[in-house]
Ligand binder design. Sequence first.
Ligand code: HEC
Ligand code: HEC
Length: 418
Amino acid sequence: MKSVSRLFLSLFLLTATNACTENQGASEEVPNSPAATDNLRIETLRRAAKKNGLLPVSEMQSPGEPHKQKIGGELFASKSLSLNGQISCQDCHLDKFGSTDGLPNAVGAGATGEGIARLKSGGQIVPRNVLPLWGRGGPGFDTFFWDGKVQKAEGKVLSQFGTMAPSDDPLVVAVHLPFVELREMISDNPSVRDTLVKEDVGAAEYVYTNLTERVQRDPKLGTRLAKAYQKPVDQISFGDIGDSIAQFIRHNFRIQKTRFHKFVFNSGPISDSELRGGILFYGRGRCSACHTGPYFSDFEFHSIPMPQLGFGKNGFGNDEGRYNVTFDPADRYLFRTPPLYNATKTGPYGHSGSEVTLESSIIAHFDPLRGLDPDELSVEQRTIFYIRLKASPSDKIPAALSDREVSDLVAFISMLDF
Ligand code: HEC
Ligand code: HEC
């Protein structure tokens, strides 16, 4: 079905190009015809965006409950919600960096400060690039994390909680995880590990109980949360904490009208470069083969051979991505297609933050060897890179693009900021 619609789009683009040539031929008689050419391309882009699932923002937001969102925001910013009492969600998801941290790999427990200061302060490295929170938990946004370790499929939430998932809302389940990631919000040293492992009820339960009691004892947070959930303070559960943070994320980071929405749905303006970029994005550049739908992600998993940076989830410079969740060899080195909202603010890019600019992230899709000196890689790094190159879907990778085309694509992606 998808390939049929793409075929239709290419035919339409082809007709549009022919029509442009005809228009130009007729320009002697009709002085305004260059504008008519632009109009045709403008209409082509609007049509392609709608065909690929762009929705008006009113259809991407859910109202939620303001009093729960408010206390959720306080919990999101509260350091007392980490076992060591030193780190909050906000330390890695900062407004300043478009809800990320501005670093290639996150720095968790033990770190202080923001951005580069965290790296210098010597905390625990979390071996993945921080994902932004825009649109997370909006309608249809059901697959979380670079490897999709939380995912709603056929009405069920699949996650490491198995049948004990704390909610049927995948965002609520995703919100439960950072608290129990050793390097993220708990320091990773032998005594902490020992304490966690010794607990019969399971490590996660131990952390959740501990944090819930802490919130219950907190005169401000406890009372407000209890009021929002209309129950006595001693009845507050960790589920309420997770739910209110999810409500906050869903509201605070909701998708808002971008210049591209205004262009598509309200006849807003577009520059020449943005228009060229948009037509490439949905046409010859093949970006929309994966970056599609209202969030610019198909929520599927693909291998784009961006070099691996840092220790990696599997250690020693290796991150096997989706395979870590499914253990299916065919899933090695696949990562969820990242949505592209506010991308100008969320660098560095890719699952390990190995791409510094939007330009180089795009180039890595079709010319992965550019900017890479094989002699600077170890044998292990070269071997992994080779496997990742083989895993990339040759039938889908974008056409080779010129530098000007890449900067047109960046201009187009900048239209998705808000
Ligand atoms: C140490 C830094 C750090 C802290 C603290 C942190 N996060 Fe994150 N967050 C990350 C990283 C890194 C990722 C990507 C991890 C991955 O995909 O494997 C991420 C991903 C996420 C995602 C998934 C987004 C998506 O696109 O799927 C959500 C939701 C999230 N974090 C919420 C939170 C909440 C809520 C808290 C506080 C309880 C929190 N984070 C604390 C670093 C952090
Ligand atoms: C085959 C599917 C696919 C196609 C086609 C594709 N992408 Fe991607 N894109 C991905 C995946 C998967 C990643 C993440 C790779 C990783 O982290 O290892 C990504 C990453 C990116 C990033 C970095 C975003 C971030 O937040 O880290 C940008 C920007 C991007 N793509 C733009 C484009 C553009 C522009 C095109 C068209 C020229 C394109 N992509 C074509 C799948 C695709």
